[in-house]
Design a protein around this ligand. Structure first.
Ligand code: CA
Length: 471
């Protein structure tokens, strides 16, 4: 009898230990595998955030995140317009390598051969979700659910109303995994709430979230109460849209903190391209805007936050790319793969184990317009027109062309650009009406002049006027 009691006692002890061990394995996985969240703003200005030095817009939540993480001063996206920039970010490769060079006027799509960051996470037992704007193609094979995302809650196109629309087009329709969603209220809030509930629902499992807000891209829609809040502001609509964006990012951070996940979540925040004059964005000291191969087109606000894993309150000045997000995320999650990526793992730089520039060179090209960075030197090249050379160390505003003074550097940058181009595919589509417009903008900015037109509509009007004048 006594032996039987002892035996039962030990049996209970062994089963209990086993159960606890299983529980702790689950717990261990959650602790060691960080969540990864990429928060993308759309067309936000380089200078339109408090953490970038802005004084007239309010972004307290992002400023707080920036303070607890690293703020980059020389970070760039791989394209100066929405779709190709997203194609680069989500694949970790220069998008021109698979023909996704231009924004397109329809019929765009991600090559079937290329793997996305969501594919890589999904293969490694992460849950994956894309929220918000997709803009990587509207066909079935381009749908986020086919490109590594378990869940997609957003819209497929490049922009949409921030309020409900009765009969939206396919690209404008808000959907959850292909099924139309009827929503109430303001889209930035809807996406924010979805991000919060996803964090709550996935406390026990590592996840990858791609949170692509369409704010502050046009249309310039804001909530009534925020327009009232900023009623005397010279950039009232933008101020109100940015407030909503910041407020919703704050809710996500609060939820991560409340569920004890903030420390173990790697968070990136950036804009998909430079600020657009159509939304009254401010790119501060940078020349040009969205769509240009000048710094105002591709240098973006960029935050990395990862609890105590990286040094907080740091400003990182090394040359960095949105292409680095893929590789950095894989490294943080301890995922090995054989993908040929163009990015760099930023973690050693942010831990202070490596110093200097993650990239020695960066390249940009969209059809006729190209740019290359080598150290502090930057070359802008316009097909059949010429090139300009700048030294960003002393001329961040790209005002002084050094081509004639420093022919050797100019030639070297041309060679670098050509060598990179030899690795690219022919662009799979062009940009129709926008091509002569962006060509004219580049021509003008290379000569430090104000362009006569900045949209296809304004170009048409300008040409009509010129014709009338000559008659
Ligand atoms: Ca954009």
């Amino acid at each position: 009898m006594f032996n039987k009691t002892i035996l039962t006692f030990f049996l209970i002890l062994i089963i209990g230990c086993k159960h606890n061990k299983e529980k702790s394995v689950q717990h261990f996985q959650k602790i060691t595998k960080p969540n990864v969240i990429v928060i993308l703003a759309d067309d936000a200005g380089y200078m339109d955030f408090g953490f970038m030095g802005n004084k007239d817009l309010d972004t307290p939540q992002l400023d707080k995140l920036a303070k607890r993480g690293a703020v980059f001063t020389d970070a760039h996206v791989s394209a100066t317009v929405c779709a190709p920039s997203r194609a680069g970010l989500i694949t970790g490769k220069y998008q021109q390598r698979f023909g996704f060079e231009a924004n397109g006027t329809g019929g765009i799509g991600l090559s079937d051969d290329v793997e996305t960051i969501a594919d890589a996470f999904k293969k490694n037992n992460y849950k994956t979700i894309a929220l918000g704007k997709w803009h990587l193609g509207e066909s079935h094979s381009d749908h986020p659910n086919q490109r590594g995302f378990d869940d997609f809650y957003g819209f497929i196109g490049g922009s949409r109303s921030y309020f409900p629309v009765q009969n939206p087009s396919k690209g404008h329709t808000l959907q959850y995994n292909g099924k139309r969603v009827i929503f109430d209220g303001y889209l930035t809030d809807v996406l924010g709430e979805k991000s919060v509930s996803y964090v709550e629902e996935n406390k026990e499992h590592p996840f990858f979230m791609y949170l692509a807000y369409n704010a502050p891209h046009t249309p310039r829609h804001a909530k009534k109460e925020h327009l009232q809040k900023y009623k005397d502001h010279p950039r009232k609509k933008l101020a109100a849209m940015m407030w909503s964006l910041d407020e919703n990012i704050g809710k996500l951070i609060d939820k991560l903190e409340e569920t004890n996940q903030l420390e173990n979540t790697l968070i990136f925040f950036l804009s998909d391209n430079g600020g657009s004059p159509h939304s009254f964005a401010d790119n501060g000291p940078l020349k040009g805007w969205k769509g240009n191969k000048f710094e105002g087109g591709h240098r973006v606000p960029f935050i990395v936050h990862w609890g105590k894993e990286i040094k907080g309150n740091q400003t990182f000045n090394g040359l960095t790319s949105s292409l680095d997000i893929f590789k950095t995320s894989m490294a943080a999650a301890g995922i090995q793969n054989n993908l040929e990526l163009d990015g760099v793992n930023l973690i050693p730089y942010l831990k202070g184990k490596l110093t200097g520039n993650p990239h020695e060179k960066l390249f940009w090209r969209k059809l006729d317009e190209a740019g290359v960075r080598l150290g502090s030197k930057k070359l802008v090249r316009l097909k059949d027109y010429g090139s300009t050379l700048y030294n960003l160390d002393v001329d961040l505003g790209e005002t002084t062309d050094l081509s004639n003074l420093d022919e050797r550097t100019s030639n070297l940058l041309h060679q670098e650009l050509k060598a990179w181009e030899s690795t690219l595919m022919k662009p799979l589509w062009d940009e129709g009406d926008w091509m002569p417009v962006t060509y004219h903008i580049h021509e003008s900015l290379m000569e430090n002049k104000v362009p006569f037109y900045t949209t296809p509509e304004r170009r048409e009007k300008y040409l009509k006027n010129q014709l009338n004048k000559s008659n």
